[in-house]
Design a protein. Structure first.
Length: 258
C-alpha cells in the first residue's frame, strides 16, 4: 500500500526525530510516521545561531508543508511560516482527534469488535459529522440516541457514549474580555466589524461558544464559554489575538482593556 502524503500548504503535527546543523528531521504524526525535513532556513524568522535553541528531539511541532516529492519520499516543511493562531488551532484539532480515536478504540475493545466493524462505525459517524469528537460531545450531553440516529447498532451507541463520558466533561466555564478597536479609514466601521467576526470564527470545539457585544464604540466585550476554565481562557486569548491582529491588518488600532 502506498503512503499517503500531505498537500502543499497543509498544516501538520510532527515529532522531531533528529536535529542536525543544517535542519531537523521529523516524523509526521498524522501520516503513519512519514518523515520530513525542516531546513535551518525555515526554522525561525530571525537568524538562527544554534538550531537547538529552537527545536529539540521528541518535541511536538505544528509545521507548514512547502514541497512534496513522493518519488523521493521527500517532504519539506517550515516552522517559521506557521502563525501563533495556526499553531494553537491545529494543536487543538489534533488533540480532539486523538481523544475521539481513543474513545472509538475503547468502545471497540469493550465490544471485541474487528477492524471492519470499527471502520463501518467510523464512516457512519463521519457521514454526518466533519469532526468525530463533536459526535461524542453530543452523545455525552444528549445520550446514546444521538449515535443511534446515525444508524449505529444500539450496543455501539451505548459503548461509545460510555467511553466518551469517561473522557469528555460537559460543563460551562465562562471568561470575558473588553477590547477597544478603532479604525480611522473610510471603511473603518466595516474594518471593526470584520475584526470582530474573525474573532468569533476562531477554531473551537462544538460545545464552546463565543459571543461579542458592543458596550459603546469603540469598546466591545468578548464572552466565551467552554467545558473548563483552562479551555475557556485559551479560547478567549485566541479570540482576542485574532481581533487585534485583524484590526491592525486593516490599518486600525486595538488593545485589550481587561
Amino acid at each position: 500500500m502506498s503512503l499517503e502524503y500531505p498537500e502543499v500548504g497543509d498544516l501538520v503535527i510532527a515529532t522531531v526525530k533528529k536535529v542536525t546543523d543544517y535542519g531537523a528531521y521529523v516524523t509526521l504524526d498524522e501520516y503513519d510516521g512519514l518523515e520530513g525535513l525542516i531546513h535551518i532556513s525555515e526554522i525561525s524568522t530571525t537568524w538562527v545561531r544554534n538550531i537547538r535553541d529552537h527545536v529539540r528531539e521528541k518535541q511536538k511541532l505544528v509545521l507548514k508543508v512547502l514541497r512534496v516529492n513522493p518519488s523521493r519520499s521527500q517532504v519539506d516543511l517550515s516552522l517559521r511560516r506557521v502563525s501563533g493562531r495556526e499553531k494553537t488551532e491545529k494543536m487543538l484539532q489534533w488533540k480532539m482527534d486523538k481523544k475521539a480515536e481513543s474513545i472509538l478504540k475503547g468502545a471497540a475493545e469493550r465490544l471485541k469488535a474487528d477492524l471492519e466493524a470499527v471502520k463501518d462505525v467510523k464512516e457512519k459517524i463521519q457521514a454526518k459529522y466533519d469532526i468525530m469528537y463533536d459526535a461524542f460531545e453530543d452523545a455525552v450531553e444528549s445520550g446514546p440516541q444521538v449515535l443511534e440516529k446515525l444508524s449505529l447498532p444500539v450496543e455501539w451507541a451505548q459503548a461509545l457514549t460510555e467511553a466518551a463520558r469517561s473522557k469528555i466533561r460537559i460543563q460551562k466555564a465562562k471568561r470575558s474580555a473588553i477590547l477597544e478597536l478603532t479604525c480611522m479609514s473610510r471603511n473603518g466601521v466595516d474594518a471593526v466589524k470584520e475584526s470582530l467576526m474573525r474573532a468569533k470564527k476562531v477554531r473551537k470545539s462544538k460545545k464552546a461558544e463565543i459571543k461579542i457585544y458592543t458596550i459603546g464604540a469603540p469598546k466591545y466585550r468578548i464572552d466565551v464559554s467552554a467545558s473548563d476554565y483552562e479551555s475557556a481562557e485559551e479560547l478567549l486569548n485566541r479570540a482576542v489575538e485574532e481581533a487585534l491582529l485583524s484590526i491592525k491588518e486593516m490599518d486600525g488600532e486595538g488593545r485589550k482593556l481587561s
